[in-house]
Design a protein around this ligand. Structure first.
Ligand SMILES: Nc1ncnc2c1ncn2[C@@H]1O[C@H](COP(=O)(O)OP(=O)(O)OP(=O)(O)O)[C@@H](O)[C@H]1O
Ligand SMILES: [Mg+2]
Length: 340
């Protein structure tokens, strides 16, 4: 038992991660829950629930309570968060402070919903912090300097981009085009062009095995199975990186156009700083082959993939947890110029 514990949380569309003070990241699980509609009971959480996706009988629903980084199903999100907090072997304490990262440009109602969720999950004190700020801290950027950094976080549900200077977000943009959108483009293209119906997990396998934003020096191929849309029977096909690159062209264009819009809307001095410092890219979607080189070519600014891009945001919340007084001015502060 401890008197007060301090927790950092990244409630992601794809993954929930929890940081406990003096312990590091103690939970890293898919934000997925499986619910039995007959018994009204939750049957699985996290990794276990994810393996059930697209494979459940009619009375079991596998769902993701967070969509585009926003709570879509409050009750399921609360059940899931409470479970992960228990699962992380986080000790009981008299009081709990939680610092949770949220995407930029949330409405007040959406922010209140996150706060309520964590209060109902055992927090006495909840602070919200915008994701690009903690992504920058997790990337070891010295954000209090009078220079600007551009951070791009390509997650599953959102691509959050922001220019940060002197401890604040100067301008930000959030797109609902990220890893999930790439998967749905793969599902649609495989159905339209190859006449094969596939589920989300197979689309994800294709993206990770052969997905690329720019031409690759070696040829990549992956064998997948699905249902023939004409005969309705199972069929196996080989998908090549060159095909997937074309399929991903449209969503990737939306991301680089969004980044260009953000740079164009920024004050000239800051654009000069960004040119000097480069663009820092994190989030699971930034691990797509060549996405850094594509953004670099399109913007003319050096793009750097941060170390361990999947945990960058939660590690950033950890920096705030461990140095609360130093970073408290970053919390619960949402006034900045937003580009939609
Ligand atoms: N090697 C890879 N290549 C391409 N995409 C990848 C790779 N590894 C993970 N991803 C994608 O990264 C995404 C998950 O990233 P991340 O954990 O940062 O998202 P999240 O924080 O849960 O979502 P969000 O921030 O949008 O709420 C998924 O869409 C996944 O398909
Ligand atoms: Mg994220």
């Amino acid at each position: 038992m401890i008197l007060k514990k301090h927790i950092g949380i990244d409630l992601g569309t794809d993954t929930t991660q929890i940081y406990l003070n003096k312990n590091g990241v103690v939970v890293n699980e898919p934000s997925v829950i499986a619910f039995n509609n007959r018994t009204n009971r939750i049957v699985a959480y996290g990794d276990h629930a994810k393996t059930m996706r697209s494979r459940t009988p009619a009375h079991v629903t596998v769902s993701r309570p967070i969509i585009h980084g926003v709570i879509a199903d409050f009750d399921m999100a609360r059940e899931m968060t409470q479970h992960f907090l228990k699962d992380g072997h986080i000790p009981w304490s008299w009081s709990t402070r939680m610092i949770v990262s949220v995407p930029t440009n949330l409405t007040e109602v959406e922010r209140k919903s996150v706060e309520d969720l964590l209060k109902e999950s055992g927090a006495n004190e909840v602070h919200l912090v915008e994701q690009p700020l903690v992504a920058a801290l997790g990337s070891q950027l010295d954000i209090h300097q009078p220079t600007a950094y551009l951070v791009v976080d390509i997650g599953a549900g959102t691509t959050d981009m922001a220019i940060i200077s002197m401890n604040g977000i100067v301008v930000s943009k959030r797109l609902e085009v990220a890893g999930d959108f790439l998967n749905s483009e793969i599902i649609r293209s495989v159905r339209d062009e190859l006449k094969l119906s596939i589920g989300e997990p197979t689309a994800e396998d294709i993206k990770i095995a052969v997905g690329a934003a720019i031409p690759q020096s070696e040829r990549l191929e992956v064998q997948i199975r699905g249902r023939d849309v004409v005969s309705g029977l199972p069929r196996e096909i080989v998908v090549k990186d060159t095909q997937v690159r074309l399929w991903l062209g449209r969503p990737l264009r939306l991301i680089h156009e969004g980044l260009k819009d953000l740079i164009e809307a920024s004050p000239p001095e800051l654009v000069g700083d960004v040119h000097k410092n480069g663009v820092y890219m994190c989030g699971g979607g930034s691990m797509l082959r060549g996405v850094d080189q594509m953004l670099q070519k399109e913007t003319g600014v050096e793009v750097k993939l941060v170390d361990d891009p999947l945990t960058c945001v939660v590690r950033g919340t950890g920096v705030v947890v461990e140095n609360f007084d130093k970073y408290s001015h970053l919390l619960d502060n949402f006034s900045n110029l937003k580009l939609g």
